[in-house]
Design a binder for this molecule. Structure first.
Ligand code: ZN
Length: 435
């Protein structure tokens, strides 16, 4: 019911687009309790207890860049989210109005404490959120929140000085990865990366993945596109062994280090197949003025998807490859490859997202997943607001895509309803074998 109200409020701002969504379909879509394939919820923290585990590479450390219009400071979407989530009564951001909102949020946090994040999910019509975080903690508990840890750090056991020197964003990102590797080394009971690659895989990489699995992880996440290209070559083990050991005497060249990373990445992907964890890959343009968009083209992942050794591993292209969304449609033909449309749903307008969803649904509807990428971007757009924008836009875009397919005689109304359920929850339920 609550969600129906949210959608009605949203309809105000998206009036033109909303008017062409079939009303029965819109009502059904609003009712479906979703599984959110990818998000960064923040632990409800009171007082000085601050949560920094919502991302391994936090975007606050980046140089300023030209942000997409919809997520810029001052976007009217934030006001819509405040109205829907926190009963905000104003159409402006006057300081005393914003102060009232802050007090309301604080009051809700104090009232609900560890139940706050669950309450947010209820407002968003989300039953289960895959929480892509460094660690979980009080207030983000299964079954509502399921863990997706980061594994990039394991790919960088050698000196990262040359890679970090490329620009200030990379410098901050590699420092973050080095800190996380230190954490994984410590948790694995070693002080530094062991002398040989075999020992490193045996004593650090596999135990870290197994630890994550034991702690409830259903998938692992790579933010590799922020650090390097998504082209992961199939490097012979002997060559990787040589590069790893050789680096004790002389730092590896960038080309050699890339090969070592490629080998470790594929090793992790294969291990994830064995352990039954899906591999999530950021495959889309990303934040920042130095982000290498061409290096994030999902077509670069094709050799990986085509490797028979990795057919037991399920891969999910997060953010659906934007702007390479048509390439993503073609890649969905691989039996173990999926995509979600997160990030697009707060960066882009519903009609643009609808076109993408339609193209995928016309090709491989079992592989399409709903996701928000709810993220604490700023004080005014935290994960609650970003989640609201993404879920509202996502449901509307899905409604538009299905309505158009129905009107063009491609599918019946019953099939449209079935597809809505598949995208919003059933595809994810099957992929992660959720009850
Ligand atoms: Zn994300």
């Amino acid at each position: 019911m609550r969600i129906a109200c949210i959608v009605l409020i949203a309809a105000g701002r998206f009036a033109a687009a909303q008017s062409s969504v079939d009303s029965q379909l819109a009502a059904e879509i609003a009712k479906i309790k979703a599984i959110d394939n990818h998000a960064h919820p923040v632990r409800p923290a009171l007082g000085s207890d601050k949560d920094n585990d919502y991302d391994a590479l936090r975007v606050e450390s980046m140089e300023p860049y030209t942000e997409p219009v919809r997520t810029r400071e001052g976007t009217p979407l934030v006001l819509d989210a405040w109205r829907a989530l926190f009963g905000y009564r104003y159409t402006d951001r006057a300081p005393d109005h914003v102060r009232e909102l802050r007090d309301r949020k604080k009051q809700l946090l104090e009232e609900k404490r560890d139940g706050y994040a669950n309450w947010v999910l209820d407002q968003l019509g989300i039953e289960t959120m895959l929480a892509n975080r460094v660690a979980m903690g009080p207030g983000l508990a299964a079954p509502r929140f399921l863990w997706v840890p980061f594994e990039d750090a394991l790919m960088y056991p050698l000196s990262n000085a040359t890679l970090a020197a490329r620009n200030s964003d990379r410098k901050a990102f590699y420092a973050d990865e080095e800190r996380l590797l230190q954490r994984y080394l410590k948790e694995s009971g070693v002080k530094e990366p062991p002398a040989t690659l075999d020992l490193y895989l045996q004593k650090v990489v596999t135990p870290t993945l197994e630890r994550h699995k034991r702690a409830g992880a259903i998938a692992v996440k790579f933010e590799a596109a922020y650090l390097r290209s998504l082209s992961f070559e199939d490097v012979p083990r002997a060559e990787a062994v040589r590069i790893y050991s050789g680096a004790h005497a002389l730092p590896a060249t960038e080309a050699a280090y890339t090969k070592l990373q490629d080998f470790i990445f594929r090793y992790i992907a294969e291990e994830c197949g064995r352990l039954g964890m899906a591999v999530h890959i950021h495959a889309a343009a990303g934040a920042g003025g130095y982000f290498h968009i061409a290096g994030a083209n999902p077509l670069l992942l094709e050799p990986l998807f085509n490797d028979p050794k990795l057919r037991k591993t399920n891969f999910v292209m997060l953010h659906g490859g934007w702007p390479f969304t048509r390439e993503v449609a073609a890649l969905l033909a691989k039996p173990n490859v999926y995509a979600d449309f997160s990030e697009q749903t707060f960066m882009n307008y519903p009609r643009a997202v609808a076109q993408v969803i339609r193209e995928w649904l016309e090709y491989a509807p079992e592989k399409v997943l709903f996701a928000t990428d709810a993220y604490p971007f700023s004080d005014e757009m935290s994960w609650e607001e970003a989640g609201w924008v993404a879920t509202t836009t996502g449901r509307e875009a899905l409604g538009l895509a299905l309505t158009e397919m129905m009107r063009d005689g491609e599918i019946t109304r019953d099939r449209a309803l079935e597809l809505a359920g598949m995208v919003l929850r059933d595809n994810a339920r099957k992929l992660y074998q959720l009850k």
